[in-house]
Design a protein around this ligand. Structure first.
Ligand code: CA
Ligand code: CA
Length: 136
């Protein structure tokens, strides 16, 4: 092995040890990141829907439902729900008449230590309202 190859081998080893060290001593990912989940269950053939939001970090006090729209259209506020769950008219969820609806919630919740927080939920896609649309 030539002198430069030895040097190269040492350099590669040093880099490998450094990378291993970073991997070993990097802080663990925040596995307890808070999340809130929206679920929508259609009832009465879609005439109504049960909307529910649950948060990992606390008790849901209310949530606002929104219909997501692509740029340049702003997302539509649909309805406010008090508590973590309610049955609402399916028409409230029909944010895009004649097309698929993209629903998410902004959840308001209180942690076990009494801190009020807000968090956006997942998005639920579906066809809702005017039992079940044909352009209402
Ligand atoms: Ca939309
Ligand atoms: Ca729709």
């Amino acid at each position: 092995m030539t002198r430069s190859r030895k040097w190269h081998t040492r350099l590669v080893s040093a880099v490998a040890v450094s990378i291993l060290g970073l991997a070993m001593f990097s802080p663990a990912p925040a596995s307890a990141a808070a999340s809130c989940v929206l679920s929508i269950t259609e009832l009465g053939g879609g005439f109504t829907a049960r909307v529910t939001v649950g948060c990992t970090e606390g008790v849901v006090t209310a949530f606002d439902l929104y219909g997501e729209d692509g740029w340049p259209n702003p997302d539509d506020f649909l309805i406010k729900v008090w508590g973590g769950s309610s049955e609402i008219l399916g028409d409230h969820l029909n944010e895009d008449v004649g097309a698929r609806d993209e629903i998410y919630a902004k959840a308001f919740y209180t942690t076990s230590s009494g801190v009020n927080k807000t968090l956006k939920t997942n998005r639920v896609d579906g066809y809702f309202g005017c039992v079940v649309d044909p352009l209402c």
